[in-house]
Design a protein around this ligand. Sequence first.
Ligand code: GDP
Ligand code: MG
Length: 163
Amino acid sequence: LKPTVIIIGRPNVGKSTLFNRLVGKKLALVDDQPGVTRDRRMGDAELAGMEFTVVDTAGWEDDDKDSLPGRMRAQTEVSLEGADAALFVIDARAGITPLDEEIARWLRTVEVPVVLVANKAEGKAGDAGLLESYALGLGDPAPVSAEHGEGIADLFEGLWPHI
Ligand code: GDP
Ligand code: MG
């Protein structure tokens, strides 16, 4: 059985773009509008010869941006239960939001290993957000650009001990 890696994060941080990047195909719908990932999507990924299943989540996307609704959280909790690792994605350009902090607070209580991924880190626009994300208490962030395919080695460095 392949290890399972679940992608978590608030809307619009680039979860589906990262999913597509890892899977190498356009399986997840990417859109400027939050809320386009209506269901969980799974795909096969391979990095440095390690194969794993990657899961893109709808997570909190259908709900009020400022709250952490129980129903969606419960759904993600169920997905997380069977996972070997979670990729928690933040938007380095937008910086850390209250919802990021709320998700991080919850992720610090789960047993599944969490790899913090600071997406949209291409160029300098993500530098401040990347630094801010250390304060989430989830270890060193891996700076990546899912869109440009940068930083996947950093992401893998965080991920490989768990898969
Ligand atoms: P999701 O809601 O978390 O699944 O986010 P999406 O993958 O749908 O992406 C949301 C928006 O962020 C889209 O406009 C993407 O093109 C954009 N995006 C995703 N990854 C990157 C990145 O690495 N850099 C930049 N600048 N934009 C990105
Ligand atoms: Mg999505």
